[in-house]
Design a protein around this ligand. Sequence first.
Ligand code: NDP
Length: 368
Amino acid sequence: MALMNKQVVLVRRPNGIPKRTDFNIIETVVPSLKEGEVLLKTKYFSLDPYMRPRMNSTKGSYIECFKLGVPLDGAAVCVVEESRHQKLKVGDIVLSEAGWQTYAVSSDRVSEGMSLNLGSLTKLSDEVKISYYLGVLGMPGLTAHYGLLDIGRPQAGETVVVAAATGPVGSMVGQLAKLKGCRVVGIAGGTEKCDYAMREFGFDACVDYKRKSFAKDLKKACPNKIDIYFENVGGSVFKTVLRFLNNFARVPVCGLITYYNDGSTLQEPGFNLASGYAKLQALWRMFFHFDQTPMVMSSILGKRLKFQGFIISDHFDQYASFLKESIPLIQSGKIKVKEDIVKGIENSPDAFIRLLQGKNFGKLLVEI
Ligand code: NDP
């Protein structure tokens, strides 16, 4: 009997938050292997926020759109099921770009060392849990490491604030900053996530941005104000944080998940305004001009802030050295990991929809 591959395809481009009907699960026959090819069976695949902008019809600033009717691509950890590839044997575990499917035929080259580059497979050892290579030891972990250490450049005693604090990027940023001797304050949605960030990841404080008292709570959690704000979300969280940045603060701009679904900032909780005349002016701008630029630009100038956006694929060459440093930190328990594992490819569209509503709790993965 033919071996069947289940694949998730996008059937229409989502309008706002994706709906289950935007996706379809199809079955195709797995083709037989040609020389140089390998059959991969997926063990885990990754669901990441960056995939949402790729579902739009217009190319984002740096990444190609997904095509309709074609299996969605993305990082996956797979086991070699059959091999006609010189460098791979049955049972090898590899990091690949196989994406949202149960099998993949690949003729990609095998990288010499550890690599995250598209078009190459990386052999993984089982010295740590293999799913970690999609989270804290994969692209999200490298993102946290590069953004915090190379752009943020934390110094002992400084205050570091990070939003989406319990995800793979945010939790890694916070824990690395703690290891550097910083005061670490997370921002997360809900009491459960905030408590977890403090109890398990060792954050000094974690503030719930969904509470009306968010600005007051953040101020209290940062008595010396903020030296580094690792930006993962944008929107009203950003506007509140901006008020508490110190002169010469650094802001690695990593992600803006608030805007991924619809670009609107007005539907968010916790929108704060100054008082009196400034409030009137701000309301005027919000409703008639939607222009926050003067407020943001004058803060950047007046406080001499340093903002730097970055795309981690520009820095994949740092992956091997990142792993060398990070694997021992995970093995020794100095860096802790939270995963949110969903079983079965059928559940992947709903899981992705949950991610864009902040309902994941930890690195979101699909286990096959
Ligand atoms: P997470 O696992 O942290 O998941 C996203 C989290 O964002 C949610 O759990 C939720 O946390 C929060 N969130 C979701 N929707 C909203 C919203 N509308 N407003 C505010 N917060 C929201 O994701 P990752 O750790 O994988 O990624 C974090 C960020 O890093 C993303 O913005 C991502 O795009 C970016 N990124 C950028 C890279 C780069 O190269 N620049 C590479 C990798 C990631 P909560 O409930 O706590 O609000």
